[in-house]
Design a protein around this ligand. Structure first.
Ligand code: FCB
Length: 448
């Protein structure tokens, strides 16, 4: 049976998401300060083909056109993030009014078009000035972050009801501070723990500040998640999967829900953390009664024990070597696993509502005679949305799905080759071409 949006219910939120660092470009326009991604991108070998986060899709200049496209495809929600260094160029001090005005123009345009803005406060682009003082690893982070949240609330609070405090805190703390693969490129376990501690506090305190400003606001935060499967039924492999599961799927949600740090006999996370600093422990400052939890599930993982790998003692068994479906980034495609993750988060009992705040896939696109016939991406969305519908019909309160992403954009360390958009962008000419997946949303899914 053809999938139709009306099967998901009248009030289901159909959205499309972008982020400031990935879409805006215009890195120094109108007084914007540098972010950690601008600086990281200058380091040799960090980003594929030496790509920079600009010009990207030039959303800063082309937002009107892109919003019209989002609307034309039939979306009702537009998720974007605020560039911290555009409104506070050095992260903390002086406010840049031109930056504030940009987000007013953007919000006004959303509202005129009837697109509900879902605003992400932090989508990975810390002001570089704050990174000079250790960034997320600094004990000053809470003070800096709450200043930023305060500036956003006092300026945009009248136009925004729906807030996402952090995007994938596991992503930016681990890739940025432990693995060195994302900005700021640090490879320090103590910095990672410190960043985790600070991000957990900022996540909940940010939520509290929004609530204090507007008791009716709809407040969430967005988690990455990936089901972790053991490669074999050997005890070592099973324990390896448990260790990674704690980090990828439990570390940020459990303290937020008031359950403390996740622990397991095989992986005493808290003890490991406290070897470095006794002050790093769960506090109720990390807990906030979020109105919704954002879930972003791009792949599932299979791992086996590997004692020579430091820290976690495991390695991934790639989807390609297991001959299971995967995207062109090698990410395992597994819609059943997505269904199980939705059920699992719902089983916590205290999650009030789930929104899939991102979902999408990269496959090599071919623009031929003005057409991008991206059938694999269409299949991906169909399969994942069927899983979502199944979970919803079985009682999981999933209220929305936001496609990642509107236009092709800067895909972090992958640069520009990994295109996730529903709309193709020629980065030389900025010409936009709606892919067949975009038309699928408009003409199949959203059609009565
Ligand atoms: C997510 C990020 C998003 C995008 C997708 C592909 O982890 O939140 O910005 O890069 O992956």
């Amino acid at each position: 049976m053809t999938l139709k949006s009306k099967q998901f219910g009248e009030d289901f939120l159909w959205g499309v998401a972008i982020s400031a660092a990935q879409n805006e470009g215009a890195p120094a326009t109108d007084g914007r300060g540098a972010s950690i991604w601008d600086v990281f991108a200058r380091r040799q070998g960090k980003i594929k083909a030496g790509a920079k986060p600009y010009p990207s899709a030039e959303f800063y200049l082309r937002y009107k056109n892109d919003l019209l496209l989002a609307k034309a495809l039939g979306f009702k929600v537009f998720r974007f993030s605020i560039s911290w260094s555009r409104i506070l160029p050095d992260g903390f001090g002086k406010i840049n009014q031109d930056g504030i005005l940009f987000y007013h123009r953007l919000l006004d345009e959303c509202l005129v078009l009837g697109l509900t803005p879902y605003v992400t406060l932090y989508h990975w682009d810390l002001p570089q000035e704050l990174q000079k003082n250790a960034g997320w690893a600094s004990h000053q982070m809470q003070k800096w972050f709450l200043k930023f949240v305060h500036v956003c609330l006092t300026n945009f609070g009248d136009k925004v009801q729906d807030w996402i405090v952090l995007n994938e805190p596991m992503g930016f703390t681990s890739l940025g501070y432990a693995l060195g693969k994302h900005a700021p490129g640090k490879t320090s376990i103590p910095d990672f723990y410190s960043a985790v501690h600070n991000a957990l506090i900022c996540q909940a305190e940010g939520g509290r500040m929004i609530r204090a400003h507007n008791s009716k606001a709809h407040i969430g935060t967005a988690f990455s998640c990936s089901e972790v499967m053991p490669f074999s039924q050997k005890a070592d492999d099973i324990q390896a999967a448990i260790r990674l599961d704690i980090l990828l799927n439990r570390l940020f949600i459990e303290p937020a829900l008031g359950r403390g740090y996740p622990q397991d006999d095989h992986f005493p996370f808290l003890e490991k953390m406290q070897l470095h600093n006794k002050a790093w422990r769960y506090t109720d400052q990390m807990t906030f009664n979020f109105d919704f939890v954002g879930i972003q599930n791009y792949f599932s993982l299979t791992v086996k024990a590997n004692p020579i790998i430091p820290y976690l003692g495991l390695s991934e068994v790639k989807a390609s070597s297991r001959k299971v479906p995967h995207t062109d980034l090698g990410w395992e495609v597994n819609a059943d696993s997505f269904y199980r993750m939705l059920k699992r988060y719902w089983l916590y009992g205290s999650v009030k509502e789930i929104i899939v705040t991102e979902g999408g896939a990269f496959y090599h696109d071919h623009l031929v005679n003005g057409i991008v016939d991206d059938q694999k991406r269409i299949q991906y969305y169909q399969d994942y949305l069927k899983s979502l519908l199944k979970a919803k019909q079985e009682g999981v309160n999933v209220k929305g799905y936001f496609a990642w992403t509107l236009t092709d954009n800067f895909e972090w360390a992958e640069g520009y080759h990994a295109r996730f958009g529903l709309i193709h962008v020629d980065f030389m000419t900025q010409l936009r071409t709606i892919k067949n997946s975009g038309y699928w949303f408009r003409d199949v899914l959203f059609k009565d």
